[in-house]
Write a protein that binds this ligand. Structure first.
Ligand code: 3PG
Ligand code: MG
Length: 407
């Protein structure tokens, strides 16, 4: 067992046994070609380590949302090829994840060899968390491993029901992700700062409410900052903001005060008349946002105070960009703050954990994707963790009814 009390697959004897590994190989594809192999590259070491220990490895994943129909557009066959190339080892492909086609592959593997089965979501039983479907899946292995943190917010057959049918363990990528998030949010070195950006307060209410009870500083940027500025009576011009979320923003501020969390809002903004690359822009103090302009980034003074906060902190949790980073030059503050965080990480002064939605793309564009302590590729699962929710796929590995106890 590790610090977070999840059963670790590398503490089990897997030699000669068939290990069924739930991965998240839900990768972007275009016309049958994998366009971003990050998840495959990150998962490959799990397979290699199991091979090395003499396991027969059977990989399970979903791809897209085919909703229980066998839509060839969502076939995992190209992903099996990409994994094979990454591992430099053959990966046999089962044209179904259950039944004869699956078992013909999974039951004829040699120790150290690898197979992948077709998309779990070709069957309705997957998303329905159907026990009978999970039972059919379990026929393909002796031991189950969940190595898909980013699918663990789903109570599906391959993340939940199956754990009650087989000895079940956490894989190394899932453990690394849970450990990073635990270090940043549940058991951090203080002070802790959170940076939360993105367009809307309304989609991040639960995150903001949870974070103010956990962190010492909450730095708010992106479109959602405008809603907070409006709470203080600032006229935000044509900036994106949500009049319907004013009461929510106010409640977040009250909660923050109650928990001694300092909310850091921008005091200047980069504003433009057009939402377009290289649109003429200027810096405006929040008290004088031109009525015909919109905020597209936080300003230099705000950036400086955000950097100052990070310099005083030991831990940083980051979700969401500070501005419209996809269009020049409105990524400036996001990139500069990310680079400052990466520098503090390199100096051993700050533990940095980031993830969710656009964040990986923003940090990638800032050139710091591998300079944070941990960058999650999870979307929904990362956000639900930040909301303080229990993820069903993780809970299933710790629950007493997990068949692990019966080995
Ligand atoms: C993801 O890409 O976020 C995960 O693979 C989960 O996919 P889903 O949102 O379709 O469940
Ligand atoms: Mg998703």
């Amino acid at each position: 067992m590790n610090a977070i009390a999840l059963p670790d697959i590398f503490e089990a004897d897997v030699a000669g046994r068939t290990v069924l590994v739930r991965a998240d190989l839900n990768v972007p594809m275009h016309h049958g070609v994998v366009t971003d192999a990050t998840r495959i590259i990150r998962f490959a070491p799990t397979v290699a380590a199991l091979q090395q220990r003499g396991a027969k490895v059977v990989v399970l994943s979903h791809l897209g949302r085919p909703k229980g129909t066998h839509n060839p557009v969502h076939s995992l066959a190209p992903v099996a090829n990409a994994l094979s190339q990454e591992l430099d080892t053959p990966v046999r492909f089962g044209s179904d994840c259950v039944g004869g086609a699956a078992e013909a592959v999974s039951r004829t593997l040699e120790p150290g060899s690898v197979a992948m089965l077709e998309n779990l979501r070709f069957h309705e039983g997957e998303e329905a968390n159907d026990r009978a479907f999970a039972y059919l899946l379990s026929a393909n292995g002796d031991i189950f491993v969940n190595d898909a943190f980013s699918c663990s917010h789903r109570a599906h057959a391959s993340t939940d029901a199956i754990t009650r049918l087989m000895p079940s363990y956490a894989g190394p990528s899932l453990l690394a992700e849970v450990e990073a998030l635990t270090l940043a949010l549940d058991d951090p070195d203080r002070p802790v700062a959170a940076v939360v950006g993105g367009a809307k307060v309304s989609t991040k209410i639960d995150i903001l409410t949870h974070l103010v009870s956990k962190v010492d500083f909450l730095i708010i940027g992106g479109g959602m900052a405008n809603t907070f500025l409006a709470v203080f009576g600032h006229d935000v011009g044509r900036s994106l903001y949500e009049p319907d979320a004013l009461a929510t923003a106010r409640r977040v501020l009250v909660q923050a005060q109650k928990h001694n969390c300092e909310v850091v809002l921008p005091n200047d903004l980069v504003v433009a008349r057009d939402f377009a690359a290289n649109a003429p822009s200027e810096v405006a103090p929040i008290s004088a946002i031109p009525s015909d302009a919109m905020a597209l980034d936080i300003g230099p003074a705000s950036l400086e105070s955000a950097i100052g906060v990070l310099e005083r902190c030991r831990t940083l949790l980051w979700n969401g960009p500070l501005g419209a980073f996809e269009i020049e030059p409105f990524g400036r503050a996001t990139f500069a703050l990310a680079q400052a965080a990466a520098g503090l990480t390199a100096a051993g002064r700050l533990l940095t954990v980031a993830g969710g939605g656009d964040t990986a793309a923003a940090l990638g564009a800032a050139g710091v994707a591998d300079r944070f302590t941990y960058l999650s590729t999870a979307g929904g699962a990362f956000l639900e963790w930040l909301e303080g929710k229990q993820l069903p796929g993780i809970a299933a590995l710790t629950s007493p009814e997990s068949a692990m106890e019966n080995i």
